[in-house]
Write a protein that binds this ligand. Structure first.
Ligand code: HEM
Length: 301
């Protein structure tokens, strides 16, 4: 129940639902500064990671789902970038591949990305077509996830094509990749049940090459700017987004109340996605901890 001043029954303020500019290093650039210099970043204590699945308060549809679309994508970019750092540590000739901690990080970030696919796609289908898809098509008629600059370095991993990925030690990673594929295809069918992506609909698709301009258009749509970034700043941006997302989920639920209706993305038979429905914050917390700890371990080496 919300009171007249908009606070919920626990006295929490409504979350601001304000997207922020994300600063990312140019793709291929290392973080600024040394791992030592980042050593001082304090670990964030995230507790009470539960939230209602069905929201009670009526929401302001345009603001909430725009915020979720931007924030969900930005967190995905951060997780892809963290994965890229592990992938790039191991060249194709590296017979050993990633160690146990690195594999944990990859699986956790993959699940974090799956959680963000679910979070972003909680937008009611009608609203997605009337608002979000229209904005993307205005940015470019063939606007596509294939243009995401931070996805490029990890694309082979998502395809199971890294030379070390067949090793039995990568079994859990393989499951996380499969969960992610299932999630992407589920949300694509859910939001666009009888159609193609903007890229497929547009002239010249598919297989069009990705120009620098398209990458910039993509970054620009998701309020992402490229400049040198330290690892501490990188982790800080991930933590602050998880805090904002937590406030949103606790206040509005995963499936918000839109004019008295809820729009679930995953039903009881939701397969591999089902556990994500109640676990988004746990999954993100685990990924963020591993990303932050990995840098500390690098500093100690
Ligand atoms: C929720 C946010 C979404 C994210 C973060 C996302 C991300 C991505 C990424 C990174 C790729 C590139 C995959 C690769 O190159 O191997 C991609 C491709 C694709 N996505 Fe999504 N996606 C999202 C939503 C959707 C939706 C709603 C649809 C519905 C049509 C969709 C349909 C496709 C298709 C068909 C492709 C293949 C290439 C293309 O035709 O654009 N995605 N997506």
């Amino acid at each position: 129940m919300s009171s007249r001043n908009g606070h919920d029954s626990n006295g929490r303020r409504p979350p601001p639902l304000q997207p922020h500019v994300l600063f990312m290093p140019p793709v291929g650039d290392d973080f600024e500064g040394s791992a030592d210099a980042d050593n001082e970043a304090a670990a964030v204590d995230r507790e009470m990671l539960d939230y209602p699945v069905f929201g009670a308060h009526p929401v302001e549809e345009e603001r909430l789902f725009w915020y979720r679309w931007i924030a969900g994508h930005q967190v995905s970019f951060l997780l892809w970038r963290a994965m890229r750092d592990v992938v790039c540590h191991h060249s194709d000739d590296d017979a050993d591949g990633p160690g146990e901690r690195e594999l944990d990080l990859l699986s956790a970030c993959l699940d974090g990305y799956s959680a963000m696919l679910l979070y972003s796609s909680t937008v009611p289908r009608d609203h997605y077509h009337a608002d979000i898809r229209v904005r993307m098509a205005l940015q470019h008629p063939a606007f596509s996830g294939t243009w995401a600059p931070d996805y490029r370095p990890v694309r082979r991993l998502f395809r199971g094509k890294m030379p070390w990925q067949d090793d039995p030690s990568c079994a859990a990673l393989g499951k996380a990749v499969a969960r992610n594929e299932e999630t992407h295809s589920h949300i694509a069918d859910h939001l666009v049940p009888d159609g193609n992506s903007l890229l497929q609909q547009s002239v010249g698709a598919p297989g069009v090459s990705v120009s620098r301009e398209k990458e910039d258009l993509y970054d620009n749509f998701f309020l992402t700017m490229r400049r040198p970034v330290s690892h501490a700043e990188f982790v800080g941006q991930l933590d602050s987004r998880i805090a904002d997302l937590t406030a949103d989920l606790k206040h509005n639920g995963l499936y918000p109340n839109v004019d008295g209706h809820h729009h679930p993305v995953v039903t009881k038979s939701g397969g591999a996605m089902r556990p994500l429905v109640t676990d988004i914050l746990h999954v993100l917390d685990r990924a963020a901890r591993l990303v932050s700890d990995m840098r500390l371990e690098e500093a100690r080496r």
